[in-house]
Design a protein around this ligand. Structure first.
Ligand code: FES
Length: 152
Protein backbone atom coordinates (compact mmCIF):
# COMPACT_ATOMS: atom_id res chain seq x y z
CA UNK A 1 0.00 0.00 0.00
CA UNK A 2 1.06 3.59 -0.63
CA UNK A 3 2.77 5.22 2.33
CA UNK A 4 1.25 8.61 1.60
CA UNK A 5 -2.15 9.82 0.57
CA UNK A 6 -3.59 13.01 -0.83
CA UNK A 7 -6.60 14.93 0.32
CA UNK A 8 -7.88 18.40 -0.36
CA UNK A 9 -7.89 20.33 2.89
CA UNK A 10 -9.58 23.71 2.89
CA UNK A 11 -9.08 23.90 -0.86
CA UNK A 12 -5.39 22.94 -0.87
CA UNK A 13 -3.76 19.66 -1.69
CA UNK A 14 -2.30 18.00 1.40
CA UNK A 15 -0.09 14.92 1.28
CA UNK A 16 0.08 13.07 4.58
CA UNK A 17 1.60 9.79 5.78
CA UNK A 18 -0.84 6.90 5.47
CA UNK A 19 0.20 5.13 8.67
CA UNK A 20 -1.97 2.22 9.74
CA UNK A 21 -4.13 3.16 12.68
CA UNK A 22 -3.79 6.88 12.10
CA UNK A 23 -7.01 8.85 12.25
CA UNK A 24 -8.03 11.80 10.11
CA UNK A 25 -7.97 13.95 13.26
CA UNK A 26 -4.32 13.07 13.92
CA UNK A 27 -3.38 13.81 10.32
CA UNK A 28 -5.12 17.19 10.37
CA UNK A 29 -3.66 18.27 13.70
CA UNK A 30 -0.19 16.73 13.47
CA UNK A 31 0.61 16.82 9.76
CA UNK A 32 -1.49 19.72 8.52
CA UNK A 33 -1.03 21.93 11.62
CA UNK A 34 -4.78 22.56 11.84
CA UNK A 35 -5.90 22.76 15.44
CA UNK A 36 -9.52 23.78 14.85
CA UNK A 37 -10.71 20.19 15.20
CA UNK A 38 -10.28 19.13 18.83
CA UNK A 39 -9.60 15.80 20.50
CA UNK A 40 -12.34 15.28 23.07
CA UNK A 41 -13.47 11.71 23.65
CA UNK A 42 -11.70 9.96 20.78
CA UNK A 43 -14.73 7.68 20.53
CA UNK A 44 -17.01 9.53 18.11
CA UNK A 45 -19.33 10.60 20.90
CA UNK A 46 -18.70 14.26 21.78
CA UNK A 47 -18.34 15.98 18.39
CA UNK A 48 -15.32 18.15 19.28
CA UNK A 49 -13.37 16.78 16.32
CA UNK A 50 -16.03 17.46 13.67
CA UNK A 51 -14.90 18.33 10.15
CA UNK A 52 -16.72 18.31 6.82
CA UNK A 53 -15.94 15.55 4.38
CA UNK A 54 -17.27 16.50 0.96
CA UNK A 55 -19.51 18.96 2.79
CA UNK A 56 -20.95 16.48 5.29
CA UNK A 57 -20.18 16.63 9.04
CA UNK A 58 -17.98 13.76 10.20
CA UNK A 59 -16.13 12.83 13.38
CA UNK A 60 -12.47 12.87 12.47
CA UNK A 61 -11.35 10.99 15.62
CA UNK A 62 -12.89 7.73 14.43
CA UNK A 63 -12.21 8.05 10.69
CA UNK A 64 -9.07 6.33 9.44
CA UNK A 65 -6.98 8.79 7.46
CA UNK A 66 -6.99 6.32 4.57
CA UNK A 67 -10.72 6.97 4.17
CA UNK A 68 -9.97 10.62 3.40
CA UNK A 69 -7.88 9.85 0.33
CA UNK A 70 -9.02 12.04 -2.54
CA UNK A 71 -11.77 13.67 -0.49
CA UNK A 72 -12.41 17.34 0.23
CA UNK A 73 -11.95 18.10 3.92
CA UNK A 74 -13.08 21.37 5.46
CA UNK A 75 -11.95 22.31 8.94
CA UNK A 76 -12.86 25.27 11.12
CA UNK A 77 -9.96 27.15 9.50
CA UNK A 78 -11.63 26.69 6.12
CA UNK A 79 -14.74 28.64 7.14
CA UNK A 80 -12.94 31.92 7.78
CA UNK A 81 -10.08 33.50 9.63
CA UNK A 82 -9.60 35.40 12.86
CA UNK A 83 -9.85 38.70 11.00
CA UNK A 84 -12.54 37.56 8.56
CA UNK A 85 -14.74 34.95 10.23
CA UNK A 86 -17.28 33.16 8.06
CA UNK A 87 -21.01 33.75 8.66
CA UNK A 88 -21.45 30.75 10.98
CA UNK A 89 -18.36 31.68 12.98
CA UNK A 90 -19.57 35.29 13.14
CA UNK A 91 -22.92 34.20 14.55
CA UNK A 92 -21.17 32.27 17.35
CA UNK A 93 -19.00 35.30 18.13
CA UNK A 94 -21.99 37.65 18.24
CA UNK A 95 -23.93 35.32 20.54
CA UNK A 96 -20.89 34.84 22.80
CA UNK A 97 -21.52 31.13 22.57
CA UNK A 98 -18.18 30.07 24.06
CA UNK A 99 -17.41 29.42 27.68
CA UNK A 100 -14.32 27.20 27.71
CA UNK A 101 -14.76 26.91 23.93
CA UNK A 102 -13.53 23.35 23.57
CA UNK A 103 -16.75 22.05 22.03
CA UNK A 104 -17.25 25.00 19.72
CA UNK A 105 -15.40 23.58 16.74
CA UNK A 106 -17.93 20.77 16.70
CA UNK A 107 -20.88 23.08 17.21
CA UNK A 108 -19.80 25.46 14.43
CA UNK A 109 -18.96 22.69 11.95
CA UNK A 110 -22.21 20.83 12.66
CA UNK A 111 -24.28 23.98 12.17
CA UNK A 112 -22.32 24.81 9.02
CA UNK A 113 -23.06 21.36 7.57
CA UNK A 114 -26.75 21.70 8.45
CA UNK A 115 -27.05 25.13 6.82
CA UNK A 116 -25.27 23.98 3.69
CA UNK A 117 -27.77 21.16 3.42
CA UNK A 118 -30.76 23.16 4.56
CA UNK A 119 -30.31 26.95 4.63
CA UNK A 120 -33.45 27.59 6.69
CA UNK A 121 -33.65 24.84 9.32
CA UNK A 122 -36.42 24.73 11.91
CA UNK A 123 -35.72 24.93 15.63
CA UNK A 124 -36.37 21.21 15.86
CA UNK A 125 -33.91 20.46 13.06
CA UNK A 126 -31.21 22.57 14.73
CA UNK A 127 -31.75 20.80 18.05
CA UNK A 128 -31.78 17.37 16.44
CA UNK A 129 -28.56 18.15 14.57
CA UNK A 130 -26.75 19.34 17.72
CA UNK A 131 -28.19 16.61 19.93
CA UNK A 132 -24.98 14.56 19.96
CA UNK A 133 -22.57 17.49 20.37
CA UNK A 134 -21.61 17.73 24.00
CA UNK A 135 -20.87 20.94 25.93
CA UNK A 136 -19.90 20.48 29.55
CA UNK A 137 -20.01 24.19 30.43
CA UNK A 138 -23.72 24.36 29.66
CA UNK A 139 -23.77 27.19 27.12
CA UNK A 140 -26.50 25.44 25.13
CA UNK A 141 -28.79 28.47 25.17
CA UNK A 142 -26.19 30.67 23.49
CA UNK A 143 -25.15 27.89 21.13
CA UNK A 144 -28.74 27.44 19.95
CA UNK A 145 -29.08 31.20 19.58
CA UNK A 146 -25.92 31.27 17.45
CA UNK A 147 -27.22 28.41 15.30
CA UNK A 148 -30.47 30.29 14.70
CA UNK A 149 -28.58 33.47 13.85
CA UNK A 150 -26.28 31.62 11.46
CA UNK A 151 -29.29 30.20 9.68
CA UNK A 152 -30.92 33.58 9.03
FE1 FES B 1 -14.24 12.86 18.14
FE2 FES B 1 -15.22 13.20 20.61
S1 FES B 1 -13.23 13.65 19.88
S2 FES B 1 -16.29 12.68 18.81
Amino acid sequence: PADHLDMHVNGRLATVPASAGMTLLQALRNDCALNGPKYGCGLGECGACTVLIDGVAARACVIPVAAAHGRAITTLEGLGSETAPGPTQQAFIECEAAQCGYCLNGMVMTVEALIRRKPDPSEQEIRRELHHNLCRCGTHVEILQAARRAAV
